[in-house]
Design a protein around this ligand. Structure first.
Ligand code: BGC
Length: 418
């Protein structure tokens, strides 16, 4: 016993424990997320590395599955069993729902010290707070309404990037006539819903989108415009290859990359895939806003769950502060395909797609055309989103008429709100 005490004192004096004490001081975090594709893994690797460079211990809990539905099921099980992860990829109303159940921890002290309010667009700051206190930190701003294309494939049919849905259909018809798959798509409910919401904005415009997918207005849901949206969705269905069912989104991106398909309609996490494969924007792939006006917002954030362990609580604070640091916001987003959530981080190191994203974001804020993504859980509660996905996926995989789809949708959304 005595010799043990002597050893401890001597070891401390010799500085032997200094490094492990430094690790402890920066805590430990378990991070639950669904960033498992090439580009996503590169981005979350930036977060892990930066946190470890601060001396923290990172426990990785990835749950594969684009759009995060599998991750959210796993999260619920962890919380119900009284063992939540300290940090979770979460967004939109989901943050409010968990906070409302008392599951989230405030990081307001870190936010206040670092003046988060001054660096975030108001709409994002609002989403991250519960009862006036930050319970989550945003890592990025993703745009959903993008069109990705392979320039060589377009050149084969002498086509340019389309700027209207009519032009899109015309190019797609030409590609099809040449035996090329016009649209790379993965038949999973969240991907079908992504196509759907891009069409709602592109065909109906920002006010229609808000009315139908945010305010859930019955008249908008049953309108002729919604019928037109389903008509165009039916067109898109005709442009996908026979093996689309169940395909992961990043495999659809790979089809555009290797010239098997002309286009993909997907958020700019697809750009993360192109970049991770060493592809160059403007040369190996093209990005353009999908036809229409406005900006469909999807922002990832890390929410902090109530944990009892002191080390984990310390880790949450270190992680929160790190996430909002300008250096991290740059390195993460260069890999992820998105742009920084902090609007004061310069985009000098970013490509033309990112520059376009920031310019369109600013214009959309000005024009009141910044809209939250329904498919990516920024707009409505999960139950309502579930109803949208069911109807859209059923339509996509059957010969249901647009008129029937609109009627089914309207009554499903009404039921979901009872
Ligand atoms: C997330 C992205 C992710 C994508 C595909 C979206 O809902 O916001 O970060 O890359 O799903 O998994």
């Amino acid at each position: 016993m005595r010799s043990e005490r002597w050893f401890m004192a001597a070891a401390c004096a010799a500085g032997l424990f200094l490094s492990s004490q430094a690790v402890q001081a920066q805590g430990e975090v378990e991070v639950l997320h669904w960033w498992t594709s090439g580009g996503e893994a590169a981005a979350v690797g930036e977060l892990k590395q930066s946190y470890e460079a601060e001396g923290g211990t990172w426990i990785d809990s990835p749950i594969a599955g684009g759009g995060g539905d599998a991750a959210m099921t796993a999260l619920r099980a962890r919380v119900v069993s009284g063992n939540p992860p300290a940090a979770v990829q979460l967004k939109g109303p989901g943050i409010q729902e968990w906070a409302d159940q008392g599951a989230l921890a405030s990081v307001e002290d870190v936010a206040g010290e670092n003046s988060w309010d001054e660096h975030l667009p108001e709409v994002l700051a609002g989403i991250m707070k519960f009862e006036g206190e930050y319970v989550a930190a945003p890592v990025n701003i993703h745009r959903v309404d993008w069109l990705w294309a392979n320039p060589e494939v377009l050149a084969r049919v002498d086509a340019e990037m389309p700027t209207t849905w009519e032009e899109f259909n015309a190019v797609a018809d030409k590609l099809q006539a040449e035996g090329i798959t016009p649209l790379a798509h993965g038949g999973q409910p969240w991907q079908d819903a992504t196509l759907f919401e891009v069409l709602v904005l592109g065909i109906g415009g920002p006010d229609f989108y808000r009315s139908a997918l945010v305010d859930l207005n019955e008249e908008a849901l049953e309108s002729q415009t919604m019928v037109d949206v389903f008509d165009q969705l039916r067109k898109l269905r005709g442009y996908v290859d026979p093996n689309f069912s169940g395909r992961d989104w990043n495999l659809a991106t790979a089809m555009v990359m290797n010239g098997e398909a002309g286009f993909q309609i997907m958020g700019d996490w697809a750009k993360g895939e192109f970049l991770a494969a060493g592809k160059v924007p403007g040369k190996d792939f093209l990005c353009a806003a999908a036809p229409g006006n406005g900006f469909l917002l999807n922002s990832d954030s890390i929410a902090f769950f109530n944990v009892r362990d002191g080390d984990q609580q310390e880790g949450q604070k270190v992680l929160a502060s790190l996430i909002m640091s300008p250096d991290f916001q740059e390195s993460f987003n260069l890999a992820k395909g998105s742009i920084p959530a902090r609007t004061d981080v310069a985009l000098d190191a970013f490509d033309e797609c990112a520059q376009r994203s920031r310019a369109d974001l600013e214009a959309a804020i000005e024009a009141d055309a910044l809209l939250p993504s329904m498919a990516h859980e920024m707009a409505v509660p999960r139950t309502v989103r579930g109803e949208f996905m069911d109807v859209v996926t059923n339509f996509f995989n059957s010969d249901m008429s647009s008129q029937d789809a609109v009627e089914t949708l309207s009554s499903a959304i009404e039921r979901a709100q009872l």
